[in-house]
Design a protein around this ligand. Structure first.
Ligand code: ADP
Ligand code: MG
Length: 470
C-alpha cells in the first residue's frame, strides 16, 4: 500500500499546482492499522475532519484516478482516518516533533466514514440508500445575515409542518453562497421532527444520471416510484443542470406535478433566477414560480466574520478577532472560498507549528490574495487567457467557433464571472457582442469541468489565476 500511494502521489503531483499538492496531498500517509489482506481499501491519515471532508469533495476523484493509473484495482476505495500523527512529511524529519502551539482542543476522536467516490458507483436508483443528505449541513451551523435571511426563513418554513409553507421553494444565488447547505438543512429538520418522513435529496445531475440509467436498464417504473410516490420532501439541487436536457426536464415536470398535487414539499436550488436558466421549458419555469422564489446574495462583512468564527469554532481553530476581520475583508466572493482560506491557513499554521496571528495570516495568504481591491479587470483576464493559450485578443472576441479559440473564450468568460462577478449581458458585450445565454452556458460548462476535476481545465484556471494573482 505504501508503494502504491507513493506512485499515486507522483502521479498527482503532475496534476495539481504545487501549492495545492503541498497543502492537501503531500502530508497524507497510509494508515496501516486495521489493514487486511484482500481488502481493497486504502486508508489515509488526515489531521482533522474538515481536512477529510475537503479532500473528499475536492480531491477524491483525482486520488482514485491516480491510484488506478498506478496499478490499483478498479474496486479500490479510499478511507480517511483522523489522527494527530498526520503531519509526518514535514515533522518526521525534525525529531522530536515540536509541540503544536495552538492552544485549541484537539479534534474529538471520530470514526472516519467510508468515502467511496460517488462517481465510482453505478448511477442506479439503488446507489444512494437513504435520504442522500450531507450530515454537515444543518440549520444549527448556518449563519443568518441580511444576505440570506429570506432564503433561510423560507427554508425553515418549508421544513415545518406547522408554518405556512411555500411550495415549491426556489432558492437561487451564486456559487458557494449556501444553497446546498440550506436545502440539506430542510431535510435534516424535517427528519428531526418526523423520523418517518421520506426525504430525498438529489442533485439535478444525479437525477439525470439515474433517469438515463433507469431508461437503459428498463427500470423506469422503479425510478418513477421512487421520485413520484416514494418521497414526502424532494430536495433538488442545482436545477440549472437540466438546461437543454429536454427528456429529463419532461420527466422532472411529471415528477413535480405528482408531488405538488399530493401536497409534498419541493425545494429547488439554482445558480440563477428561474427565467434565466437557458434552454429550460417555459412550463417548468412557470411552476418554479408558483411558490416562493428566494435569493441568496454574497454575505456582508459582518456575516462573513460570523461565518469565519462559527467555522473556526467547529473545527477547533483558534481565530483571533483581528485575523477574522482581515480574512473577511479580503475574501468577499463567497462562503466556500472564505472557508477554504481559513482552513488553508490552519493547515499551514499546523505544518509550520505556529499560531495564526495577523502577521502569519498576511504572510501565508500573500500569493493568494488580490493585490488591491478591484485591481483585476475583464481585460486583464482576457489577456492572461490569451497568453496562456497563445491566441490573439481579437480571436477571443471574435465569433470564430474553432475549439482552439472557443475553449479559451469559455475559460475567460468563466474567470470573469467567478472572479469579478461581471453580469452575463455585460460579459456578452465585452466578448465582442455575444448573447448573454452564450456566456451563461460557457460559464456552466467550465464550472462542470472544474467540478469533475478535468485536469486540463483545472491546471489552466489555476495557472491563469496565479498569473493574475487572483
Ligand atoms: P452553494 O450550494 O450555494 O454553491 P454551499 O451550500 O455548498 O454553496 O456552501 C459552500 C460552503 O459554505 C459550505 O461548506 C457551507 O457550509 C458554507 N456556507 C455557506 N453559507 C453559509 C452560512 N450562511 N453559514 C455557514 N456556512 C455557510
Ligand atoms: Mg451547491
Amino acid at each position: 500500500m505504501d508503494d502504491l500511494w507513493e506512485r499515486a502521489l507522483q502521479e498527482l503531483k503532475g496534476k495539481l499546482s504545487a501549492e495545492n499538492f503541498d497543502t492537501w496531498l503531500s502530508p497524507l500517509t497510509v494508515d496501516r492499522s486495521g489493514e487486511r489482506e484482500a481488502d481493497a481499501t486504502l486508508t489515509l491519515k488526515v489531521p482533522n475532519k474538515f481536512y477529510a471532508d475537503w479532500l473528499q469533495t475536492h480531491y477524491l476523484d483525482l486520488v482514485l484516478n491516480a491510484l488506478r493509473v498506478s496499478g490499483a484495482p478498479d474496486s479500490m476505495r479510499v478511507d480517511f482516518s483522523v489522527s494527530d500523527a498526520a503531519r509526518p512529511r514535514v515533522n518526521a524529519r525534525s525529531e522530536p516533533p515540536p509541540p503544536a502551539p495552538r492552544p485549541s482542543t484537539p479534534p474529538p476522536p471520530m470514526a472516519a466514514p467510508s468515502m467511496a467516490s460517488p462517481s465510482a458507483q453505478p448511477a442506479g436508483p439503488y446507489a444512494t440508500p437513504g435520504s442522500g443528505l450531507n450530515p454537515r449541513y444543518t440549520f444549527d451551523n448556518f449563519v443568518v445575515g441580511p444576505s440570506n435571511q429570506l432564503a433561510h426563513a423560507a427554508a425553515v418554513a418549508a421544513a415545518s409542518s406547522r408554518q405556512k409553507r411555500y411550495n415549491p421553494l426556489f432558492i437561487y444565488g451564486g456559487v458557494g453562497l449556501g444553497k446546498t447547505h440550506l436545502v440539506n438543512a430542510v431535510g435534516h429538520r424535517g427528519l428531526g421532527d418526523n423520523p418517518n418522513l421520506r426525504v430525498l435529496f438529489v442533485s439535478a445531475e444525479r437525477f439525470t444520471n439515474e433517469f438515463i440509467w433507469a431508461l437503459q436498464n428498463h427500470r423506469i417504473n422503479e425510478f418513477r416510484e421512487r421520485y413520484r410516490n416514494g418521497c414526502d420532501v424532494l430536495l433538488m439541487d442545482d436545477i440549472q443542470f437540466l438546461a437543454g436536457r429536454e427528456q429529463t426536464q419532461e420527466e422532472f415536470f411529471h415528477t413535480f406535478n405528482s408531488l405538488y398535487h399530493a401536497d409534498r414539499q419541493i425545494v429547488v436550488t439554482s445558480d440563477v433566477y428561474p427565467q434565466q436558466i437557458p434552454e429550460m421549458e417555459e412550463r417548468l419555469i412557470s411552476r418554479f414560480q408558483w411558490g416562493l422564489v428566494a435569493d441568496i446574495q454574497a454575505p456582508e462583512l459582518d456575516t462573513r466574520i460570523a461565518i469565519l468564527k462559527a467555522k473556526a469554532q467547529q473545527e477547533h481553530i483558534t481565530l483571533a478577532d483581528d485575523v477574522a476581520l482581515f480574512l473577511a475583508q479580503v475574501v468577499k466572493s463567497n462562503v466556500r472560498e472564505l472557508e477554504g482560506t481559513l482552513l488553508r491557513l490552519a493547515v499551514k499554521a499546523e505544518l509550520a507549528t505556529r499560531a495564526i496571528d495577523l502577521e502569519f495570516a498576511k504572510e501565508a495568504l500573500r500569493g493568494v490574495l488580490p493585490k488591491s481591491e478591484n485591481a483585476t479587470t475583464v481585460e486583464d483576464i482576457q489577456r492572461a487567457v490569451c497568453d496562456y493559450y497563445s491566441i490573439r485578443l481579437a480571436d477571443l472576441k471574435s465569433h470564430r467557433r474553432h475549439r482552439a479559440v472557443s475553449f479559451p473564450r469559455m475559460v475567460a468568460m468563466y474567470l470573469c464571472r467567478q472572479r469579478l462577478g461581471t453580469s452575463f449581458p455585460e460579459l456578452g458585450d465585452r466578448f465582442g457582442g455575444k448573447d448573454h445565454t452564450t456566456v451563461m452556458s460557457a460559464v456552466r460548462k467550465i464550472d462542470g469541468l472544474i467540478r469533475s476535476e478535468d485536469p486540463a481545465v483545472v491546471n489552466a484556471v489555476e495557472a491563469i489565476e496565479r498569473k493574475l494573482n487572483l
